[in-house]
Design a protein around this ligand. Structure first.
Ligand code: BES
Ligand code: ZN
Length: 925
């Protein structure tokens, strides 16, 4: 034993720094050993705020698959007293072995125990290791969280885990890879005034052998589970039970003062769980599920098997304070994590390369699940179509990446949890669902889950099950297979724009594809890519928008070249065609000039509602992007968009706003902005009035789409000074201000609060800002706090914004660290806030880095928020800053690539296209 190490441990130093490093440098663990079972004991101390710590021991039963002289596992920032490590052979003749020396690999967090005697294949060994560490503040591993007791005003502490993707290793030494599934027997020690939760139900509780008032709670043995899904928490929360007949015990936990906000999640959770049991044809295998709202939580939620952890905003809902949008989001998150109980927990990806498989599926299945339980919400189209538009933007950058991608460093894993894995992943699964049809898709997915339960899988396993099902149900031609089709979507970056060029006299169309880029300067060679594209289309005479089944396919050669395609039997020359019914496939459709003209005619003068609402949204999104890249002129785009004066539906409007809001930002501070604002007012005012303005509670606002539409229309009407939006918002806000108990009584209708607050703060006074800040401090509802934080960034007062920036990054965390990235994004999205926020970030980057390190999520949000830069001088300044500050952006290389490219696209557009736009703005305003 290395005595120096022992000494540093005894003195409480981190041993890692002094250890010899090893030559083993491969990013995956050696395959000679496999853990079979972990006995994990953790004692948590929450009494002294200056000493929030844990200590424990882990006993791992390890199968030797090959002879080896070392045990290599993961450990990070743990204090390990090496004198206490023991190793025994426990199968066959029980023999003691020992550890001769240890070493570390800091890059991959390996802790290597060299054994005194060789471990022999076929034998089982028992390794015991003690460990200790502080409960950290970084929301990763085993960490601390807190909240204020409303009665005593004292801080209450709790502990909770967040292990995905690679932080179990900082809570206990383990084989921290998703493929190394193992059973866990977890025992937690803690003061008896707390409750302990873990993946499994409690087996028994005993008094602690020496610590007064401490107890040990042992939980039942788990099923085979990956380390990233292990979870435990010690807290003083209350709970609500909402078990369904025949279902597992279901409990929803929150701090006592928020327990009345648990009703909706408690009601929805078991329903959606049961829905997935039916969907997969596999019962939920555990006796219980707990869902818990954690005050400090870096992600939205985490699917730990049997103990799902959430941000408060993702689990708590208050009838009087949370909007419908918040409720929908909550349902999506709960459904997403419940879907993971099968897709991810029961069947797990072999390696992080296939992360998209669980995240893309959970995204898509969540929308299907919520749609099933709340058919009246019409959420499926709204979610999926918005996801498609968002991904279209991101995936048109040269710096994008394929859905499935090699992972070699832990820092690459964190960056994989992005819109490409989630939203594009979900979108291509929807595409597959629509081209296969209900029966084949369902059957294939069920097969995949049933075949791979309690094991690990790759995307090829899914393709196999689906191909088989597709052929069995006749959903796909025998000479097509899912792997060939889907690999073109998951292994290639980007997506196609399909050009449809009609020959009107021959009534045919030539169809070709190329990769779509935002940057017009990308050469044709780089655009030459091929996807297997299912084609569906209809025409003005048929107007059949119901069938999304492919009528033809664009095919690729073995070498990846696109085969030419001709579509015949098209209508006469005075009738339009539309490709990609209901955006069932992931591509943009561009037409010849005549076809665009015909479409515009119907939209602006004809029966525009005869075009399916999703396709109206598609036309808006496509044409604005084509104009942005020069593939179409702004004349065509603005002419088409002018039809919005007639549009009353959410999807086309949201598509328009996503693009137009970007244009508006680009034009800020230029001479063209006046005309642009005029255009926006012209488009928005008819709908604003149709919806009854701010006060109106017209009949048409009863359904979900209309309620959400009203919220966005009011927001943008106020931003562009349309009608009486600002005046009415200020009046509403002042009425609220004059209430005697504004925290109890808020006269502003819940679903438009976000818009009204923002407009009032933007056009209001310092006192208004202060009033809203006080409401933030007093609020007990996370979703209400969320909209307030965003609204506070809407201010145009430089002094207030500066003060806000200080508050956002204040280490005292009046604004929790988890919320700081979004608050910052709100500041820089404003005209006055942009230069202030950028400067603050650049001046304070080291401090901000220290605040978050080692977690990178919020730093990523901040970088992305900086994509608002539009001029070359600022671009160059920011570029130099990023270069100089590389060390603060480790693990964010991809985000930096995307941000810099997005800024460059803005700059190029300003230099090259803004004039063209303004020429046509004159015509349309
Ligand atoms: N598995 C993730 C949680 C996660 C995200 C862990 C990133 C580690 C890094 C979870 O299932 C998830 O996807 N959560 C989402 C919410 C979801 C509804 C999109 C999240 O945290 O944003
Ligand atoms: Zn997920």
């Amino acid at each position: 034993m290395d005595w120096l190490v022992f000494l540093t441990v005894a003195l409480g130093f981190d041993i890692v720094a002094t250890k010899p490093t090893t030559s083993y440098d491969y990013y995956r663990l050696p395959t000679s050993l496999r853990p079979e079972k972990y006995h994990l004991r953790v004692l948590t101390h929450l009494d002294n705020p200056n000493e929030l710590t844990f200590s424990g021991s882990v006993k791992i039963l390890i199968d030797a698959l090959r002879n080896t002289k070392n045990i290599t596992l993961h450990s990070l920032n743990l204090r390990i007293d090496e004198t206490q490590i023991t190793l025994k052979q426990i199968s066959g003749i029980k023999k003691d072995n020992c550890i001769s020396s240890t070493a570390v690999n800091p890059v991959h967090n390996y802790y290597i125990l060299n054994t005194c005697q060789e471990l022999v294949a076929g034998n089982v060994y028992e390794l015991s290791m003690p460990f200790a560490a502080d409960l950290n503040r970084q929301m990763e591993g085993y960490y601390r969280s807190s909240y204020k007791d409303p009665v005593t005003n004292l801080t209450r502490w709790l502990s909770v885990t967040q292990f995905e993707p690679a932080s179990a290793r900082s809570a206990f030494p383990c084989f921290d890879e998703p493929e190394l599934k193992s059973k866990f027997i977890i025992t937690l020690g803690y003061h008896k005034k707390y409750t302990a939760l873990s993946n499994m139900p409690v087996k028994e509780t005993k008094p602690h052998e020496s610590l007064k008032d401490y107890i040990w709670t042992e939980f039942e043995e788990s099923l085979p589970i990956s380390t990233y899904l292990v979870a435990y928490s010690v807290n003083d929360f209350s709970h609500k039970t909402s078990t369904q007949p025949g279902g597992p015990l279901l409990r929803t936990w929150a701090r006592s003062n928020a327990i009345d906000q648990c009703d909706y999640a408690a009601e929805f959770g078991p329903k959606v769980l049961q829905h997935f049991e039916e969907f997969f044809g596999v019962k939920f295998p555990l006796p219980k599920v707990d869902q818990i709202a954690v005050p400090d939580f870096d992600e939205g939620a985490m699917e730990n098997w049997g103990l799902i952890t959430y941000r408060e905003i993702s689990l708590l809902y208050s009838e009087n304070h949370s909007s419908l949008e918040a409720k929908e989001k909550l349902a999506e998150v709960v459904a997403h994590e419940m879907a993971h109980q099968w897709f991810g927990n029961m069947v797990t990806m072999k390696w992080w390369t296939d992360l998209w498989l669980k995240e893309g599926f959970a995204t898509y299945l969540a929308s299907l699940g919520v749609a099933k339980i709340h058919p009246e919400w019409n959420i499926l189209d709204r979610e999926m179509i918005n996801n498609i538009f968002l991904t279209f933007g991101l995936d048109a950058l040269e710096s994008s990446h394929p859905i499935s991608r090699p992972i070699k460093l832990i820092s690459d894993i964190a960056e994989s949890f992005d819109a490409i894995s989630y939203k594009k992943g979900g979108a291509v699964l929807r595409m597959m669902h629509l081209f296969l049809g209900e029966e084949a898709f369902r059957f294939g997915v069920k097969q995949y889950i049933q075949l791979n339960s309690y094991r690990n899988a790759e995307q090829d396993n899914l393709w196999q099950s689906l191909s088989k099902a597709a052929h069995q149900f006749g959903a796909l031609a025998k000479d097509y297979d899912i792997k060939t089709i889907m690999d073109s979507w998951t292994l290639q970056t980007g997506y196609p724009v399909v050009h449809i060029t009609r020959n009107y006299s021959a009534r045919i169309a030539k169809v070709s594809q190329e990769r779509f880029f935002l940057n017009p300067k990308v050469s044709p060679v780089h655009r030459k890519k091929c996807w297997w594209v299912p084609l569906s289309y209809t025409s003005q005479d048929k107007r059949d928008f119901n069938s999304t089944a492919p009528m033809a396919w664009m095919e690729c050669t073995n070498k990846g070249a696109s085969l030419p395609k001709t579509i015949s039997n098209l209508p006469q020359s005075d009738q339009w065609v539309i490709f990609n019914i209901q955006l069932s496939s992931f591509y943009k459709a561009n037409y010849d000039a005549q076809n665009w003209k015909l479409l515009i005619k119907t939209l602006t003068e004809g029966d525009f509602e005869s075009i399916h609402v999703i396709n109206r949204a598609q036309l808006v999104d496509d044409v604005l992007h084509f104009a942005r890249t020069g593939m179409q002129s702004y004349e065509v785009a603005l002419e088409l968009v002018s039809y919005l004066k007639r549009e009353r539906e959410y999807l086309p409007w949201n598509a328009a706003i996503l693009s137009l809001q970007h244009l508006g930002r680009l034009l800020r501070g230029t001479p063209h902005v006046k005309l642009f604002k005029r255009l926006m007012r012209k488009l928005l005012t008819p709908l604003y009035q149709h919806l009854g303005g701010i006060d109106g509670n017209s009949q048409s606002t009863q359904n979900q789409d209309q309620i959400l539409l009203k919220a966005i229309i009011i927001h943008w009407a106020c931003q562009y000074d349309a009608s009486d939006c600002v005046a009415k918002s200020l009046a509403h806000f002042r009425r609220w201000k004059s209430e005697t108990y504004p925290d109890e009584k808020n006269p502003i209708p819940i679903n438009i609060r976000a818009s009204v607050y923002c407009a009032a703060i933007k056009n209001g006074t310092k006192e208004d800002w202060q009033f809203l800040w006080t409401r933030f401090l007093k609020s007990n509802v996370a979703s209400e706090q969320g909209i307030i934080l965003i609204a506070l960034g809407c201010s145009q007062d430089a002094k207030l914004l500066q003060r806000y920036l200080e508050l956002i990054f204040d280490p005292a965390e009046v604004i929790r660290k988890q919320d700081s990235g979004l608050s910052f994004a709100s500041v820089v999205s404003g005209e006055v806030g942009m230069p202030l926020g950028m400067k603050y970030f650049m001046d304070n980057v080291e401090r901000i880095f220290q605040l978050y390190n080692p977690s990178v999520g919020n730093m990523g949000t901040i970088l992305i928020a900086c994509s608002v830069i539009t001029d070359r001088r600022q671009y160059n300044e920011f570029k130099a800053f990023v270069k100089k500050s590389r060390r603060f952006f480790k693990g964010l290389e991809q985000t930096i690539g995307q941000t810099m490219e997005a800024i460059l696209m803005n700059v190029q557009w300003m230099e090259q296209s803004s004039k063209q736009l303004s020429r046509f703005l004159v015509k349309y305003t």
